[in-house]
Write a protein that binds this ligand. Structure first.
Ligand code: AMP
Length: 573
């Protein structure tokens, strides 16, 4: 059978390594870029996102053309993050497995420079680095790029948005004039054009379209939920997809921390990835995630940059991002080459404008779905468990260790019939889930008026021409009146808390904190009077004692937090 990688001009040792890695056919960007690099010295701009196979697109031809008899650095690859550097290095090492002694050296900040300098002294034909560390090593004379044949800028837009413009300029200045520049970017901001004009020579442009090749495999689902129930909605999504492994994107570090802590408390396999973590903490989390010991990463966009995990079943947007490009970036991490992926977004009814912008950019319609209900969730879990159970049985039968204990087990269960055993097993396993979902409330925000009417691609507000601004105020009005109705007849208690604006308490933070502490995000909170150093707030009186108890010995931003019953109580509504 014809091998299309061989046809593209790649040599046997590389084709063989690709075969072992399961690469059967080149992706569209590889089809275009590999022959260009092998045959031409012209500069190139490749418009492609992560997940399109662009690392192999530039990596395969450049390693093929390396002079293995010379230990000098011939190729410099710049990439925005440490993770991406390591990922590129790993890939190149795999591809060059049968090539002989090709040295690929990653250099990045946040780790000892000494070891990297030592590695650069031996075989370092290819150097993969972050701009800051590369410039540092250049300035210290530890890395020489005057004679490189190729300079590759990977994820150039990310490097610019991370503030590496000056470093890139300085590195490009230092690279000798006789080098081919290959620039890859998912988007084309103006600053890329400037780099191209200044440092590239009439570059050829190659584009594989806006969407990454995996985008076709991604199912985009959107649930409209009331902000207050966002966390519970997240739990429903997770519970409805047993075996889910993915990233939950949050807006802020604080939200990342809150959501991950709450998930852990609720028994989920999750951890946070945010900017406050040290490199080694981050490494430990990523290691666990890669091994599959950790199922969910809760991350901000910045912290998730360069995460090199390809087997994600789900991307969950805890909120929809303001920028549709960010949505495309996030969700492009699932549904990678040949695999199916699911992107689930928890949106607010007022997010119509954002949803439309995303649909336009992705060229796909979001499926507006109701949140999975209790029945669906329990059914999915039980069926998944049963399947696993049936499969595990096949492997376990021959276990000699197990055989030893079986007679005692059989004896204990001898009076129970098959049905009773199964029933007991299932109920033991699912007791908590079943009770959690007993009488579970409907968390869909205005499901009938919004989600239902979106069929045929119409605006969720039901008004084809409604501007986002208009639909927002209409929805807000509706939400206000719904909340008012819910409060009719409710008895409120007023509580005092010894924190206020000066201690960075805000209304949303207060509501989230209460929800987390008492493990119930649906407690009705009424008026909140936020002052500089203290706050009064009204709360569904049925939960007063529970809240007072939960906050005993509590702390807020490192200082003691006190909640007491206020002297003046509200009148009943
Ligand atoms: P990238 O866009 O370079 O991050 O690549 C995404 C993933 O696709 C990586 O895990 C690659 O190993 C894999 N990959 C790249 N090219 C191919 C191919 N032609 N066939 C199958 N998998 C590929």
């Amino acid at each position: 059978m014809k091998n299309l990688f061989r046809q593209a001009g790649l040599d046997e040792p590389i084709v063989h390594a690709l075969g072992e890695m399961g690469f059967e056919t080149p992706t569209p960007i590889q089809e275009k870029v590999i022959p260009h690099i092998l045959q031409s010295s012209e500069d190139l701009i490749g418009l492609a996102q992560t997940g399109t196979g662009k690392t192999a697109a530039f990596g395969l031809p450049v390693i093929q053309q390396c002079d293995l008899d010379s230990p000098q650095t011939q190729i410099l690859i710049l990439s925005p993050t440490r993770e991406l550097c390591l990922q590129i290095t790993r890939e190149l090492k795999h591809y060059s497995r049968y090539l002989g002694t090709l040295g690929v050296v990653p250099v990045y900040g946040g780790a000892s420079a000494q070891e990297q300098i030592r590695a650069l002294k031996s075989n370092a034909q290819v150097v993969v680095g972050t701009p800051g560390r590369v410039l540092d090593l250049l300035n210290r004379g530890k890395l020489r790029i005057g004679n490189i044949s190729r300079l590759i800028l990977d994820e150039a837009d990310e490097m610019l948005s991370m503030g590496f413009k000056d470093e890139l300029d300085a590195i490009l200045e230092k690279a000798g004039s006789d080098r081919q520049v290959l620039l890859f970017s998912a988007t084309m901001p103006k600053a890329i054009g400037q780099i191209a004009r200044r440092y590239m020579n009439a570059p050829v442009e190659i584009s594989v379209g806006r969407k990454n090749s995996g985008a076709e495999n991604i199912q985009h689902i959107c649930h409209l939920v009331r902000p207050r129930y966002r966390y519970q909605a997240l739990r429903r999504v997770i519970d409805a997809h047993p075996g889910l492994s993915g990233i939950i994107f949050c807006r802020t570090r604080r939200e990342t921390r809150e959501v991950s802590e709450q998930l852990m408390q609720d028994g989920y396999s999750a951890d946070a990835l945010h900017g406050d973590l040290s490199q080694s903490q981050r490494d430990i989390i990523m290691h666990k995630f890669r091994l599959g010991h950790l199922k969910m990463l809760v991350a901000t966009d910045v912290a998730a940059r360069g995460i090199d995990v390809n087997d994600l079943s789900h991307i969950i947007n805890y909120n929809l991002p303001d920028d549709p490009e960010v949505y495309i970036h996030r969700t492009g991490r699932t549904g990678r080459i040949g695999k199916k992926g699911i992107a689930v977004s928890l949106a607010h009814p007022a997010d119509t404008g954002k949803i439309k912008a995303i649909e336009k950019l992705a060229g796909k319609t979001m499926e507006m779905q109701k949140l999975p209900d209790a029945r669906q969730i329990v059914e999915n879990q039980i069926l998944n468990y049963t399947e696993q159970f049936a499969r595990a049985g096949e492997n376990q039968q021959g276990q000699p260790n197990l055989q030893r204990f079986l007679p005692q087990v059989m004896e204990k269960l001898q009076d129970m019939d098959r049905e009773a055993i199964i029933q007991r097993l299932i109920s033991l396993e699912f007791n908590r889930l079943l009770s959690d979902y007993e009488d579970a409330p409907d968390l869909n925000a205005d499901a009938h008026q919004n989600a239902g009417k979106r069929k045929n691609g119409k605006d969720p507000s039901g008004n084809k021409n409604a501007s986002p601004g208009k639909s927002q105020s209409k929805t807000q009005r509706k939400n206000r009146s719904r909340r008012k109705e819910a409060r009719e007849g409710m008895q409120f208690a007023r509580l005092f808390i010894n924190k206020g604006k000066k201690q960075q308490l805000d209304k949303r933070g207060l509501m989230t904190m209460i929800g987390h502490k008492v493990n119930n995000h649906s407690i009705e909170i009424g008026h909140i009077d936020l002052q500089n150093n203290f706050t009064f707030f009204d709360i569904d009186a049925r939960y007063e004692n529970q809240i007072l108890k939960a906050f005993k010995n509590a702390r807020f931003n490192g200082t003691p937090l006190k909640i007491d019953r206020a002297k003046h109580q509200p009148h009943a509504t």
